[in-house]
Design a protein around this ligand. Structure first.
Ligand SMILES: [Zn+2]
Length: 122
């Protein structure tokens, strides 16, 4: 069984904390499948109380959850609906904003593509 890596804490680990020194980012995610450098397993309590060093950013990835935000299909359907509503008048400015589709949380996570996010394959 994996155990919390904090000193004097013997509880079972439920999350893995990864320090990305080049980005000054600490990523708290689901328990890693295998240990990597700069990775620390944490129990639920220590994961909850986690605070980043000054100047560092903490990114929390909820275990077993997809990133929030509509799916690609949802965006396409929304874009279609906007186009339909706009007809036959000229396209409203909002249409361009809907088509952009880059303001959702998924983008922020995707930007950290060099990090390995481990999920159970189902
Ligand atoms: Zn602990």
């Amino acid at each position: 069984m994996r155990r919390c890596s904090r000193t004097a804490c013997g509880r079972a680990a439920v999350a893995t904390l990864t320090y990305v020194y080049s980005d000054s980012t600490a990523v708290l995610g689901p328990l890693a499948t295998y240990a990597e450098p700069h990775c620390y397993d944490l129990c639920a309590e220590h994961a909850e109380r986690l605070t980043a060093p000054r100047g560092w950013e903490v990114v929390r990835l909820a275990p077993d959850l997809e990133p929030p935000g509509p799916t690609h299909d949802d965006l396409l359907a929304l874009a279609d609906a906007v186009r339909e509503a706009a007809r036959p008048r000229p396209a409203p400015p909002e249409q361009a904003a809907v088509g952009g589709g880059s303001e959702y949380g998924t983008t922020e996570i995707g930007r950290r593509g060099h990090l390995r996010v481990l999920r159970d394959d189902r």
